[in-house]
Design a protein around this ligand. Structure first.
Ligand code: NAD
Ligand code: BTL
Length: 490
């Protein structure tokens, strides 16, 4: 399989003909060859998007027609669900079941935003000035660049592509250089549906080469980024040159607060899923367990037993519950954090190493890992590891749980498990996070906004607000009886 760039309505090689091998993290086999774009490719794509926005019909089409084209792409994603899920599992190692779920979510995102396309007719303001009208309209922002990570390749792209297009923008998408396959496939659908030249552009390549141009260019009006906090800071700086709008969806160190009155088995199962789903490579993973002291020993013991039984393997095997990490480099980073946890004096209760099984030797696997006796200021507790690593702390009051939960630089998501709904609502109101789950962990859907407080970023994706992020707000005032003002008399 060969993947190319899509610029101004054409599939093209990278300007310098360079390519990159795309690797299956389960066995390190090459599954595709992707064009490795350059700065010049990024510039060409931005020029195409700029021209399509400034001179083309796309921003001026009836919103319902744009919505219909976005809906058709959603339908194609639905029709190609199995093929896309297969590619996503090859590319990321996640289980096929998870990839199929992602594809359903992704089609729903396209359908949801397609449905919103023509619902905002603007707002009439009651003008305080006689003989005038006043109204507020939303307009597209212009050229949007969109940069996505490797953990949910097409899902994170969908959250950006669908609202940007429905709102009438043109765009340049750059997926992670190591997981471009499903995003590229959806650009084939854009072509088949007949998106006008230059409206949607795809540039593959690294962040330092392509991503930096997408963030810096003065021809870009908005950059929407999902990825790590350090990259987010660079993008923020790069974007300041022309004061372009930015949306940053960054990492998390998400607390999972478990009170003693909760249903024990449910909370154990949810805590396991919160942190180890997709090998912990989830921005909102419940990687910090805060458990009420009175049930700590029993809870942790149950969790350890369950963690030991997690079936690692090939994402295509039905019995596999978790795949590998994405790359050798990323596994090394997670292993470094495990060493940091040991050096800091946390107790390694389970895991912490590569599995012994022969059939896993070629994949980037790491055992589900739990650290107990964690102190709140340890790096392993404070920093995003982005792997199958759980830290456990205790609390004895809800105030302590809230204080510990809030005490990191992040504010993406968190959860509280308790049978006392008043207590749950109180905790939810105090958590400084973009999403709080009560007696659950992980749900997200097209209708509800997603995004972070604090250094987990700003801007929201999904929901009505996820569409508004891709619009400018304009106030139009009209004087129906123009008269001289007569302020200046000379
Ligand atoms: N908040 C969310 O919704 C959300 C969702 C998924 C992932 N994430 C976060 O993403 C991170 C993991 O993803 P990752 O390792 O791919 O992140 P990353 O920051 O390394 O890379 C993300 C993207 O940015 C690009 N990039 C790298 N350097 C760049 C630069 N200087 N300029 C412009 N672009 C650049 C990469 O090529 C990639 O496409 C984690 O921190 C995770 O929490 C957040
Ligand atoms: C936003 N989400 C949960 C789909 C993926 C985070 O990594």
């Amino acid at each position: 399989m060969n993947v190319q760039l899509f610029i101004n309505g054409k599939w093209v090689h990278a300007e310098n003909q360079q390519t990159r091998s795309i690797i299956n993290p389960f066995n390190q086999e090459t599954i595709a060859t992707a064009a490795e774009g350059t700065k010049d490719d990024a510039v060409r794509a931005i020029v195409a998007a700029r021209t399509a926005f400034d001179e083309g019909n796309w921003p001026h089409m009836p919103a319902s027609e744009r919505g219909e084209m976005v809906r058709l792409v959603g339908q194609k994603i639905k029709d190609h669900r199995e093929e896309l899920a297969h590619l996503e599992t090859l590319d990321t190692g996640k289980t096929l079941e998870e990839s199929l779920g992602d594809m359903d979510d992704i089609a729903n995102v396209f359908f949801y935003f397609a449905g919103l396309a023509d619902k905002d007719g603007g707002e009439i303001i009651e003008s305080p000035i006689p003989d005038s009208t006043s109204r507020v309209v939303r307009e597209p922002i212009g050229v949007c660049t969109q940069i996505t990570p490797w953990n949910y390749p097409l899902l994170q792209a969908a959250w950006k592509l669908a609202p940007a297009l429905v709102a009438g923008n043109t765009l340049v998408m750059k997926p992670s250089e190591i997981t471009p396959l499903t995003t590229a496939k959806v650009f084939e659908f854009f072509e088949e549906v007949g998106f006008p030249e230059g409206v949607v552009n795809l540039v593959l390549g690294t962040g330092t080469e392509v991503g930096s141009v997408l963030s810096e260019s003065h021809d870009v009006d908005l950059v929407s980024f999902t990825g790590g906090i350090e990259t987010g800071k660079k993008i923020m700086q790069a974007a300041s040159g022309n004061v372009k709008k930015i949306a940053l969806e960054l990492g998390g160190k998400n607390p999972n607060i478990v009170f003693a009155d909760t249903d024990f088995d449910t909370a154990v199962d949810q805590a396991l899923n919160a942190v180890f789903f997709h090998a912990g490579q989830v921005c909102s993973a419940g990687s910090r367990l805060l458990v009420e002291e009175s049930i700590h020993d029993r809870f942790v013991q149950a969790l350890i037993e369950r963690a030991k039984r997690i079936k690692l393997g090939n994402g295509f095997d039905e019995s596999t519950e978790s795949g590998p990490l994405i790359s050798a480099e990323h596994r090394t980073k997670v292993e470094r954090y495990i060493q940091i946890g040991l050096d800091e004096g946390a107790t390694l209760a389970v895991g912490g190493k590569r599995p012994d099984a022969d059939e896993l030797k070629n994949g980037f696997f790491l055992e589900p890992t739990i650290f107990t006796n964690c102190k709140h200021d340890m790096r392993i507790v404070q920093e995003e590891v982005f792997g199958p690593v759980l830290t456990v702390e205790t609390f004895t009051s809800k105030e302590e749980a809230i204080a510990k939960a809030n005490d990191t630089i992040y504010g993406l998501a968190g959860a509280v498990f308790t049978a006392d709904i008043d207590k749950a609502e109180h905790v939810a109101s105090k958590l400084r996070m973009g999403t709080v789950w009560i007696n659950d962990f992980h749900p997200y859907f097209a209708q509800a906004p997603w995004g972070g407080y604090k250094q987990s970023g700003f801007g929201r994706e999904l929901g009505k607000i996820g569409l508004e992020e891709y619009t400018e707000v304009k106030h139009i005032f009209r004087n129906k009886q123009p008269q001289p003002v007569n302020w200046f008399q000379s």
